[in-house]
Design a protein around this ligand. Structure first.
Ligand SMILES: [Zn+2]
Length: 452
């Protein structure tokens, strides 16, 4: 048994170890409709089909958003990523894993014999009344082959800044910045910390009814649609970003959305629009914190660093953190010393919470070594956490901070210290607040702070 559920019925199937195949329809994308149906019918007959389907259905059931399978000479190990944490499944032998992989390659119209060159496929499915789009990628690696499934909902569920976990006070400041003029706002996050989602939700929630918003980007970096932002893409070899910018400028938009600061010419053009025409701009960068975001942008644009710093109004950064499971989180009374260490006023936070993590199976025994039944939370399945939220750091760049950035450009830690001393709330402070609200635990804040 790998990770399937055996049929409970007492018929012969159980003794033969047959797996109950979940009802997961597979509509391959990128191949003709009839071909997709034909492929599916053929694949249903393959020995690896039940396990192939169980692998993906179980991933959705456990809320995983990635499945990674590493094939080596010895066998294969599959892992699910749940709330950002990788969990290994029991190892598979090579014939079992190969059979499973053949099914996925065939059903998506890829070449099942090709185990070195990269292959990409995609399929749509409706599972548990939700529409999903699942991407498949396989590629040869020095140790064998690597396979990655990316599981996404067809319709995004996170719509508001509150959905992302942003406090009201931070929302007010951020919206003020996005709806401002004559400036630049930076939205950032470390890799895999949900930057595309916050970018979309942040822009969706800015005021776009009285002002015209435009987006300029390379066609090969196509962006998901943002409500009421008109997109202008330039195509390499057809026209340049500067040519597109000039055309867009004539339409007199109010806000320029630049997922990347394309080139020094574009930076100069945007700065010109901000200074001469009171226009506004929003950009995005992968960065570890707000200070890192600002410094990276300035350093990548040495010629315009001073001018950029002059118009920057703020930088948002975020880290994803797991929410405690509401069904099994445990309250405890923090000691006055702990509260003091966390900077929380005594008496204001009577309780903090920690996750319920059951001991591993081998430790679930009494003093005599007899197994004992331990109840595992049905909601989180013993993970102690369920779902994630973001901790937000919003750096407001006023004249005092702007001056400090210019001064400490080469010593970011000094800059961080200065910013903290001026009362800026960083990830630690935001994390402690989330703990005080019972949303997460101190150990989870620590884990995320350490970038684990
Ligand atoms: Zn739970």
């Amino acid at each position: 048994m790998i990770f399937g559920k055996k049929k409970k019925s007492a018929d012969k199937k159980e003794s033969s170890g047959e797996i109950e195949v979940p009802n997961l329809e597979i509509k391959a994308m990128g191949v003709g409709k009839e071909e997709a149906v034909g492929l599916l019918i053929a694949c249903r007959q393959l020995p690896g089909y039940p396990l192939a389907v169980v692998l993906v259905a179980n991933a959705i059931n456990t809320r995983a958003d990635r499945i990674l399978i590493d094939f080596s000479a010895q066998g294969a190990v599959a892992r699910y990523r749940v709330d950002g944490i990788w969990e290994s499944l029991p190892a598979m032998d090579r014939p079992t894993a190969d059979a499973l992989l053949v099914v996925w390659k065939k059903v998506l119209g890829l070449n099942p014999v090709e185990r070195k060159a990269r292959q990409d496929g995609k399929f749509a499915t409706n599972f548990r009344d939700i529409d999903w789009v699942i991407s498949f990628m396989s590629t040869g690696v020095p140790t064998g082959e690597r396979v990655l499934f990316t599981i996404e909902r067809k319709k995004p569920v996170l719509k508001t800044l509150t959905d992302l976990g942003m406090r009201d006070a931070v929302q007010v400041t951020l919206k003020g910045m996005l709806n401002g003029d004559k400036g630049m706002v930076v939205i950032s996050a470390p890799p895999t910390h949900g930057l595309p989602t916050t970018w979309r939700v942040g822009l969706d929630n800015a005021d776009k009814f009285v002002r015209d918003w435009v987006l300029i980007e390379n066609k090969k970096n196509q962006e998901p649609d943002i409500i009421n932002v008109t997109e202008f893409y330039y195509e390499d070899g057809v026209e340049t970003a500067e040519q597109v910018f000039d055309k867009v400028r004539l339409k007199q938009p109010d806000v320029y959305v630049l997922p990347s600061l394309i080139s020094p010419q574009i930076v100069e053009a945007v700065l010109g629009q901000i200074h001469k025409e009171n226009k506004h701009s929003v950009t995005r960068i992968v960065a570890n914190d707000a200070v890192d975001a600002v410094i990276q942008i300035l350093k990548q644009n040495p010629k315009h660093a001073k001018a950029l710093l002059g118009v920057m109004q703020g930088a948002l950064n975020q880290r994803l953190i797991r929410r405690l499971c509401e069904s099994c989180k445990q309250a405890y009374q923090p000691t006055p010393q702990l509260l003091q260490k966390l900077g929380l006023p005594a008496g204001r936070v009577p309780k903090l919470y920690k996750p319920t993590i059951p001991p591993p199976p081998e430790q679930r025994v009494d003093a005599k070594g007899n197994p004992i039944e331990i109840e595992i939370c049905k909601r989180c399945n013993g993970r102690g956490y369920f779902g994630r939220m973001a901790l937000f750091e919003l750096l407001v760049i006023d004249d005092k901070i702007r001056k400090a950035i210019g001064q400490f450009l080469e010593s970011p830690d000094e800059l961080r210290k200065f910013i903290k001393q001026s009362g800026h709330s960083g990830f630690f402070e935001e994390g402690v607040l989330a703990c005080a609200l019972g949303q997460t635990s101190l150990e989870e804040v620590q884990r995320v702070m350490q970038g684990k």
